[in-house]
Design a protein around this ligand. Structure first.
Ligand SMILES: N[C@@H](CCC(=O)N[C@@H](CS)C(=O)NCC(=O)O)C(=O)O
Length: 227
């Protein structure tokens, strides 16, 4: 199997944690994709994932799977013993519900904030991100505010239960962890979210998170660009 990714970026990091949890890292060939050069918007990559985003999993039979949730479902169920996506119908439903909230309340809006209200990944990508539309910075800032509201919502949730979907670490926690790290890297964290910060410390110490490769959550690319 191959994973097309960029170490340290939020969504690729989600899959690195899944691979560590499932003990699959040594079975994978990592293929780096140059986001700064907009390699992911060129025909060769769009043939793998028409959405033009990372990560993408390529199976040995040539099948391409994109979207972190789909990749996680695949990897988590390969051994018939899912640990991140739920075992019972109730667990599966709660995990998917909270995972989607973590994406749509935090991680996705931060992506819009990053690409529209900040210099994002620079010149080469600008052509693919509405370069001449004057309302883009407003849209970006609104989405940044939405992400802050989402983080406050999760602080409230985590003041009542240990993990997003209840008592067990799951795919939903991985999504929020990536979103939280992205918010911190962009300086978009609301203050005083005590339960969320305590959860972050606890989750960061879990073996799949601690041992996953290339997920510093401080992408070298962002540091180079002055974030
Ligand atoms: N919903 C997608 C999101 C993927 C995504 O946005 N990936 C980012 C990297 S963290 C990306 O490739 N961004 C490039 C761009 O927006 O041009 C997933 O779950 O895989």
């Amino acid at each position: 199997m191959k994973i097309y990714d960029r170490p340290g970026f939020p969504n690729p990091s989600r899959i690195r944690i899944v691979l560590a949890e499932k003990g699959l890292e040594s079975n994978i060939e990592f293929v780096p994709v140059d986001l700064i050069a907009a390699e992911h918007k060129q025909p060769a990559f769009l043939a793998k994932n028409p959405s033009g985003v990372l990560p993408v999993l390529e199976l040995d039979d040539g099948t391409f799977i994109s979207e972190c949730t789909a990749i996680t479902e695949y990897l988590d169920n390969l051994d018939g013993k899912p640990t991140l996506t739920g075992r019972t119908p109730r667990e599966k439903a709660l995990i998917h519900m909270m995972q989607r909230r973590a994406e749509s309340y935090v991680l996705d809006p931060l992506g819009v904030f990053f690409h529209h209200a900040t210099p994002g990944l620079g010149e080469a990508l600008r052509a693919f991100k509405s370069p001449n539309w004057e309302g883009r910075a407003d849209l970006g800032r609104r989405e940044g505010d939405k992400a802050k509201g989402g983080l406050k919502y999760f602080d409230e949730v985590l003041s009542k239960q240990p993990y997003l979907a209840g008592n067990t670490f799951s795919m939903a926690d991985i999504t929020l962890l990536a979103g939280l790290a992205f918010a911190e890297a962009l300086g978009a964290m609301p203050p005083s979210l005590t339960a969320l910060k305590q959860w972050q410390e606890r989750v960061a110490a879990l073996p799949p998170v601690k041992n996953s490769s290339g997920q510093t959550f401080l992408p070298e690319d962002l540091k180079r660009m002055g974030y």
